[in-house]
Design a protein around this ligand. Structure first.
Ligand code: BES
Ligand code: MN
Ligand code: ZN
Length: 495
């Protein structure tokens, strides 16, 4: 699929389909007015008849309006003009691209000048439009014997903007396509089942990414090296699995060597059965998504390298399975982490923090400016914030503020939970420096408390993406979140 930006007037449009937004007020915007004039008031007549009420998610295809050079005009509902935000903006583009593709339109031109979201410039508008279209068109059918692709797929979308916005729009074009590609990679990796997407598979995909981008170098640490480094927590999880653990590092150099990097750490648990503290059978298949944090890191690295952002960025993905086995962790086992701190494993299903803590200790060697970890860490996070919002906690308020703001800007929102000292005591253990669980209450916070004990030497934020990284139910699948939030954060940083 090809995206272009352009500046021209609708009356000159000769082919394909014109897409224009209609607000609930049904007042004609400037593009609609021009079209209405050319077609002798036909557009206003359609709206007057009430066939299109402008509600979000609604669309109406019009054919052969008199006087127009192009055959089709698609009207898309935009809701209330004052209420247009990141989410409703995205909805306009997902509705439009699905309708176009279902109807067999191959070339479409979107007129964007009427659509304004508070705080957005043309660059943001274009990149968000592309991300929304590509997210809606995403399919995962590589494991079906018949493809579910439409017979006449969309071939090109032209995004029409005011001529004075053209330069900014071109930046948005590059960013939007890269972010959409990154999200596609994240979703593909996440949707793959545990028997295909193993730690070794993730490592091979990282190597592949490294071959595609000259500024990106990959290093995979094997179990023997992890043992030398003393990663007793991470290795205790993989001991119960026949798949060897991997510690995947991706190093992107887009700025001067002396610039301190951002380090992203992603939980790459390719299947979480719970271990000896085994999970119930119900929906256990969804635990193939326990590597979404790692897949997010891969997607972001891919997008950053594609744009060529002038920053230094490191990705670290501890990857393992968590299965029951004769050699698996047992409740009560005590292991020693790379930091030297000992951990009493009271529940083998709280394994994410065990693989993350060693990765978090390891990443201090990159002398990071900030470290952000992404993890499908706790079911409690879904109880607290649902599937709409990811949790963010950490030891550095400015970093947390920046992440919250980035998510708000692109409709990939996070919400801060407290990481106050008084929660730490829930991790007390009679036999080791800490327990790996903190009891029934405040599960997301005590998980972050656990991680906080390994991140004291740098600025750190933790995002629990258990609720946002995928959806269950009829449309079960990975969402690609929080790639948009992280990309916005990194783009803002790059200036
Ligand atoms: N991967 C899970 C968290 C999870 C659960 C993500 C459901 C998405 C949906 C994690 O490893 C886990 O099992 N956490 C336990 C922690 C508990 C034992 C303290 C949980 O949330 O139940
Ligand atoms: Mn678990
Ligand atoms: Zn897990």
């Amino acid at each position: 699929m090809e995206y272009r930006v352009k500046s021209s007037i609708p009356a000159k449009q000769r082919s394909g389909c014109m897409v224009i937004g209609i607000y609930e007020s049904r007042k004609l915007g400037s593009t609609a007015k021009q079209i209405n004039q050319v077609c002798d008031g036909q557009l206003a007549a359609v709206l007057k008849h009430g066939d299109m009420d402008g509600k979000p998610g609604k669309s109406l295809m019009l054919y052969n309006l008199p006087g127009l050079g192009c055959e089709r005009v698609l009207l898309v509902g935009c809701g209330k003009e004052k209420k247009l935000d990141a989410a409703s903006f995205g909805k306009i583009f997902s509705t439009a691209s699905k309708t176009l593709e279902d109807g067999g339109t191959t070339h479409a031109t979107f007129y964007l000048s009427e659509l304004t979201v508070k705080g957005w410039n043309s660059q943001r508008k274009i990149s968000q439009a592309i991300v929304a279209c590509e997210s809606a068109r995403y399919r995962f059918d590589q494991l079906k014997s018949k493809s579910s692709a439409p017979k006449r797929p969309l071939k090109s979308i032209t995004l029409n903007v005011d001529s004075r916005d053209l330069a900014a729009a071109k930046h948005g074009l590059i960013a939007g396509q890269a972010i959409a590609n990154g999200m596609g990679l994240t979703r593909d990796l996440s949707n793959l089942p545990g028997n295909i997407c193993t730690p070794s598979y993730l490592a091979s995909q990282a190597r592949k990414l490294g071959k595609q981008h000259s500024k990106l170098s990959i290093r995979i640490l094997e179990e023997a090296e992890m043992k030398k480094l003393g990663m007793g927590a991470l290795l205790s999880v993989s001991r119960g699995s026949r798949q060897p653990a991997k510690l995947i590092t991706l190093d992107y150099k887009g700025a001067r060597k002396s610039d301190k990097p951002v380090v992203l750490v992603g939980k790459g648990l390719t299947f979480d059965a719970g271990g000896i503290s085994i999970k119930p059978a119900q929906a256990m298949d969804e635990m193939k998504y326990d590597m979404c944090g790692g897949a997010t890191v891969m997607g972001v690295m891919c997008a950053v390298a594609e744009i060529g952002l002038p920053i230094n960025l490191v990705g670290v993905i501890p990857s393992s399975e968590n299965l029951p086995d004769g050699d698996a962790n047992k409740p009560g086992d005590i292991v020693t982490s790379m930091s030297g701190q000992t951990i009493e494993i009271l529940n083998t299903d709280a394994e994410g923090r065990l693989i993350l803590c060693d990765a978090l200790t390891y990443c201090a060697r990159y002398k990071p400016d900030v470290v952000i970890d992404l993890a499908t860490l706790t079911g409690a996070c879904i109880v607290a914030l649902g599937h709409q919002t990811q949790a963010v906690l950490g030891n550095n308020e400015p970093l947390i503020k920046d992440l919250l703001k980035a998510g708000e800007q692109v409709g990939d929102r996070a919400w801060q939970l407290p990481l106050w000292e008084e929660y730490q005591q829930q991790l007390d253990s009679n036999f080791a420096d800490m327990a790996n669980i903190g009891g029934r209450t405040a599960g997301t916070i005590t998980a972050a408390c656990f991680l906080s004990r390994y991140t004291k030497d740098y600025n750190w934020a933790h995002m629990d993406i258990a609720g946002t990284a995928w959806v269950s139910g009829a449309n079960k699948g990975a969402t690609g979140r929080p790639v948009p939030l992280l990309m916005q954060y990194l783009i803002d940083r790059a200036g």
